[in-house]
Design a binder for this molecule. Structure first.
Ligand SMILES: Nc1nc2c(c(=O)[nH]1)N[C@@H](CN(C=O)c1ccc(C(=O)N[C@@H](CCC(=O)O)C(=O)O)cc1)CN2
Length: 294
């Protein structure tokens, strides 16, 4: 069994981006600028946004954090989005999800200028991705493709089972893996919480990507020998004995499944860090595309 080390690969990618940023500086060009919008004080979101901003500093990007009260109205948030759309200094921005319940997430994501949508959640980018056109690929699926490529995992002719159909991970993942001739090209089955006899399906999988958000959902008897397992789950499970009062737990029962897997991601240190690295990659792409247009 080999670990798919997302922490290491994400650092490799950050180093590659740092080299590109240095080249931009040497040419006297503006460096990429990422803005992050955070509404409220959700603990996990504070951690992820903090990590995004710190990563920008590490690799030489400019960053702006817009931390807004959770009492902000949808209309007020739309005004902030429009300001970011109009701000020429900013190459790309994200709105950290989830948003408070009184705000319509889709309305907000639709309001983001698609050329600055470095999360790739705008329908225009989603549609272009499905059509193999130039777009922004959502960071988590993009990071998983990168892991598959960098560990040289053979996918052609293989059966990939994706568990979970969210707009952020499962749905785009299933589209990306079915693209002819692209990394990850395979035969895809998209399953979810209402799929019947799911174990029969997962047992036939060569590659499993689980993004269900149910801790320890995938057990050893649900997979075949030699399977490649990518765990997107990052649930904070309360644990009074843990330093932070919780432990981050994946969808995969690591102890059981790792005994049968050829490759497996750890949690933490697998897909999570790749999400940040690929967001930075998308921001670099946004800067390069804007430069070409100027
Ligand atoms: N606008 C967005 N919102 C959300 C996204 C997203 O891609 N765009 N994805 C997730 C959260 N997320 C990034 O935003 C994210 C999740 C996890 C990690 C990560 O590095 N996890 C670590 C553990 C960190 C911890 O909790 O202490 C790991 O797995 O090793 C990074 C980013 C939902 N919202």
């Amino acid at each position: 069994m080999q670990l798919l080390d997302g922490k290491k690969i994400s650092n490799d990618i950050k180093n590659e981006i740092t080299v590109e940023v240095q080249k931009m500086k040497d040419r006297g060009e503006k460096v990429p600028h990422l803005a992050a919008v955070l509404v409220g004080n959700n603990g996990a979101s504070l951690t992820y946004v903090g990590s995004k901003v710190r990563s920008c500093e590490q690799i030489g990007f400019e960053s702006t954090l817009l931390h807004l009260e959770d009492t902000i109205t949808e209309e007020e948030l739309l005004v902030k989005i429009d300001e970011l759309n109009q701000n020429d200094e900013i190459d790309g921005f994200i709105v950290q999800l989830p948003l408070p319940k009184h705000i319509d997430e889709q309305k907000i994501l639709m309001a983001i200028d698609s050329s600055k949508d470095v999360d790739g959640f705008h329908p225009e980018n989603f549609g272009k991705m499905a059509m193999d056109m130039e777009s922004f690929i959502p960071a988590t699926p993009y990071g998983i493709l990168e892991l598959i490529e960098r560990y040289k995992i053979e996918t052609s002719g293989k059966h990939t089972v994706v568990i979970g159909r969210s707009h952020i991970v499962g749905r785009p993942m299933s589209i990306l893996l079915s693209r002819k001739g692209y990394p990850g090209d395979s035969t895809v089955t998209l399953t979810h919480s209402r799929t019947e006899n799911i174990a029969e399906i997962t047992r036939s999988a060569d590659i499993i990507i689980s993004a269900l958000g149910v801790p320890n959902f995938l057990k050893g008897d649900m997979v075949k020998e030699g399977v490649v397992v990518i765990d997107v789950g990052i649930t904070r499970v309360p644990d009074a004995t843990a330093e932070k009062g919780y432990v981050i737990t994946g969808d995969v029962d690591f102890e059981e499944v790792s005994k049968k897997a050829s490759f497996i991601t750890p949690v933490p240190g697998g897909v999570g860090p790749m999400t940040i690295a690929m967001l930075l990659k998308n921001t670099l792409l946004a800067r390069e595309r804007r430069m070409k247009k100027q």
